[in-house]
Ligand binder design. Structure first.
Ligand code: ZN
Length: 224
């Protein structure tokens, strides 16, 4: 990767495992880093308070944007309490944890804020390696959005996706490399049921997170 030590970045930040790892990755790669957290009618607003707390711990400016309108546009189980969450990916469609349009809107908001603040770099924790296959987490989508945003605002934004090709196990490994393994393990909130650290253990987010952790820990054991 190019050296960006004299440039600033804005990180899309939810306070979960992935974006917290991205936040510290960005702290290592850039001069000044800011966090941008969105609310969109998630089931658990403590997500935002946890994100704010984590940004404070990282000594990073915290920005919060209310984008609740996203949840009013299309039904999904992250914002609709009456909808039972899909545990697996149904055939030929996406699980109802998919929030259509969300990442494109998030990137548009992030680029608009970056434009206003004179920031060139945008960091997001999407990955296509180990997930439910959401279309707006794929590398081709990110590249396309990057080109569109540059054309829309006549800027040379660079969207960074340090987790794009990493499995959950490898994301734990990156956290370890960044010296934040314990912080990610104990302080982040990934669980769809709003339970910090280990989570409920049963929702799709917990299953993926805990499986990756187990794989990472057993790999470390083997090396010893
Ligand atoms: Zn859970």
């Amino acid at each position: 990767m190019k050296e960006y030590k004299n440039q600033d970045a804005i990180v899309l930040f939810s306070g979960g495992q992935d974006s917290t790892t991205c936040l510290y990755w960005a702290k290592r790669e850039f001069r000044n880093v800011q966090a941008l957290c969105f609310t969109y009618g998630q089931r658990h607003l403590q997500e935002v308070e946890n994100a704010r707390r984590l940004a404070e711990m990282a000594d990073i400016e915290f920005n919060h944007l209310d984008t609740t309108v996203i949840s009013q546009l299309a039904p999904n189980s992250l914002t609709d309490k009456d909808l039972l969450m899909d545990k697996e990916k149904p055939d030929k469609s996406y699980p109802n944890t998919f929030v259509p349009g969300r990442n494109l809107l998030f990137l548009t908001f992030a680029a608009t804020i970056a434009y206003a603040k004179g920031i060139r770099h945008i960091v997001t924790g999407v990955s296509e390696a180990d997930y439910s296959g959401y279309p707006d987490c794929r590398d081709t989508f990110i590249k396309s959005a990057n080109a569109t945003l540059n054309l829309a605002m006549d800027k040379q934004f660079v969207i960074h996706t340090p987790l794009m090709w990493r499995t959950k196990k490898e994301i734990w490994s990156l956290a370890n490399e960044l010296g934040i393994f314990e912080l990610v393990k104990n302080e982040t909130l990934t669980c769809y049921n709003g339970i910090q650290a280990k989570g409920c253990g049963e929702c799709p987010a917990c299953i993926i997170r805990n499986k990756g952790l187990k794989e990472f820990l057993s790999e470390i054991e083997e090396v010893k």
